[in-house]
Structure formats: C-alpha cells, structure tokens
Design a protein around this ligand. Structure first.
Ligand SMILES: [Zn+2]
Ligand SMILES: [Zn+2]
Length: 345
C-alpha cells in the first residue's frame, strides 16, 4: 500500500503541481493540485470532490440532462473519456441519471486493441457495463481501410464514423443524449479559431449542449465543458484509473491549431480564468441565438438509406461506405447496434 501511495505521489509530483509544503485550502492536509482561477490548493480527496462537483454543476447549470434521463457516454479509453465516465458514474445517483458507456473499436492496429483493453479495465473498476462495437465486424472495414480507399484523411473518416455510430446508438437504444469527453482545452482553441476565421456559426456549435430531435438526432452534451485537460489527467491518476497514454497514430499537432492552443495556454497562465470566461460567454451567446436548434431544422434532412440526419439525400456515412464497400453501411450499423444491446442483457 505504501509503495502504491508513494508511486502515485511521485507521478503527481512529476507534473510539478504544487510545492511539497502546500496545504489543502479545505482541510489543511497535503495539497496535490493548485486550481489557479479558484485560488485554491486541494488534497486528493477534496480535488475529487471538486472535479465531480464541477461536472454535476455543469450538467445542472446548462441543463444538459434532466432527472431520470439516460446518457450514452463515448469512451475511447483516453484520459478525458475515462475521467468523464468516472465522474458521471459518481454523480449519477444524485442527478438520477442512467449512464450507458459505448466503446467503438476503430481498427487502428495496436492502438485500438490497447484502447479496448483499457476501456474494459476501467469499466470493471467502475462497475459499469460498457457496450462494445467493432467497426470491422459490422461494416467489414477499419478506419485505415476506409480512409485509404476513399482518399480522405483518416481523422476526417474517424470523426465521421464516430459521430454516426454514437448518434445511431442513441437513436436505436432510445437514449436521451450522447456525452463526449471534450474539455475546455479541446473546445476553447477550436472556438477561437472559428471566430478568427469568421465562422461564428461553427464557434457557437461548441456550446455545452446541442439540441436534438426525437427519434432522429440525439442531443449532444459536454459535461467536461468547464474542466481543463490537466484536471482530467490528475483526476484519472488520483482515482487510480488506467487510460491509454499514447496518442492516436493519426494525430497531427501542428499549424494554426497548435499556435492557438499555445496562445490560450500562456494567456490563461498569466490571467487565470480568462479561458473559462471566454467559453461561458460563448455558451450564453449560443443560448441567446438558439444557433444549434436553427441549424438542425433548416439544414438537415433524412438519409434515404438509413433514415438518420443528412445534409443531402444520402448521409456522409452511407455515402462513404457505399463508395468504398459497394453498399451503404448505415442500415447494417443500426441492426448491429440492436444486437449489441440485446446481447449484453
Ligand atoms: Zn482537503
Ligand atoms: Zn445514411
């Protein structure tokens, strides 16, 4: 036990969080993390309470989920989705939510196998039943294959597939909303980039919630809207939860995105809380202008193959799979999701 505790502290120590003499602002015991914008140092126990409390407050403040609702949680096995699943599971009894985790095996070689292994271990630790869907088993092709045969970048294909499967699962299972592990450090740089490029509509879609439509388009919620990447990492470590430590093999960190990310990071170091105020004002604007709802109704129709949302008569997923595999895979995915749900009972 002592060894475990020590190695855990060493790992936190290496993050350079707080000085060794810093005391928790709530109880006076040894602090492990500093929360600059709240001017607090917290011990392990009070940090967990803070993190989970913040997730619960976000859910209530932005009306992401109502009492009695069910939420599909996208779990990739990375630290953010692991933190999301753990925190939502912890606050579910208080908020009266039903948490339903889903992991999609994307066929990205070793990386995907490790992600699946970690997801299973986390689920076991948290005592939750995670649904697993293998892209290769269902459509007969992996992300690299779909990408190569369509000549589209793997990240674009991956994003399209994940969005499609998550929405299809929510619709097929009658779940009220889909929750993703996007935190403020994912969302703020992207929002600022869109504003700089003059696409206010795209920026406003990064609000904590985008509305859905019954039986067709699931509501999307972001319970980690007000927590940072660093907080997700430290929460997962303190909770002793495993997570995939390597980056996706397709990830590309460069260009304008990286510059904006660095700028926001440094700005927030000097002016703690500025990033949070920026995203809160964005959320208020999204509510005021009702952007997500207007876009949904005006721009989307139903795919003629699978019946799910589309900008034209065939949805992006059915178009991609029809081109690569010869027939649209949307209906197959919907069928497979029915079996996934049934076989886990
Ligand atoms: Zn404390
Ligand atoms: Zn379709």
């Amino acid at each position: 036990m002592r060894m475990v505790m020590r190695s855990r502290f060493t790992r936190l120590g290496r993050l350079g969080e707080v000085s060794t003499v810093a005391k928790c602002s709530k109880c006076g015991s040894k602090a492990v993390i500093k929360i600059p914008y709240a001017r607090m140092n917290l011990c392990e126990m009070h940090f967990i309470e803070y993190f989970e409390g913040r997730v619960a407050t976000t859910v209530k403040k932005y009306d992401l989920l109502k009492e009695g609702e069910s939420v599909l949680v996208a779990v990739s096995g990375g630290k953010d989705s692991v933190a999301l699943l753990s925190a939502l599971t912890a606050v579910a009894p208080e908020l009266r939510l039903k948490v339903m985790p889903l992991h999609i095996h994307l066929g990205l070689g070793e990386y995907s196998d490790e992600s699946l292994r970690v997801t299973k271990e986390v689920s076991r630790k948290l005592g939750v039943n995670t649904f697993i869907l293998s892209l290769e088993e269902v459509v007969g092709a992996t992300i690299p294959e779909l990408s190569a045969k369509s000549s589209r970048p793997p990240c674009a294909v991956c994003g399209l597939v994940k969005r499609y499967v998550l929405n299809a699962a929510a619709i097929e299972w009658g779940v009220d909303a889909v929750a993703t592990g996007h935190h403020i450090d994912d969302l703020a740089p992207y929002a600022l980039k869109n504003i700089l490029l003059g696409d206010m509509g795209a920026a406003l879609k990064l609000a904590p919630v985008t509305t859905g439509e019954e039986g067709y388009l699931a509501r999307r919620v972001r319970p980690l809207y007000e927590v940072t990447e660093r907080e997700c990492l430290i929460y997962a470590i303190i909770k002793g939860l495993p997570f995939v430590k390597t980056l996706c093999p397709n990830v590309f960190l460069g260009g304008m995105d990286a510059l904006i990310r660095r700028f926001l990071y440094e700005l927030d170091l000097r002016h703690p809380g500025v990033k949070l105020r920026f995203m809160r004002s964005l959320a208020r604007m999204a509510t005021r202008y009702g952007v997500s709802q207007a876009r949904t109704q005006a721009e989307l129709t139903r795919c003629k193959y699978c019946g799910l949302p589309s900008r034209s008569d065939v949805c992006g997923f059915c178009r991609l799979t029809e081109r690569v595999l010869g027939s649209p895979a949307g209906p197959m995915v919907r069928e497979a999701l029915k079996d996934v749900r049934a076989s886990s009972h």
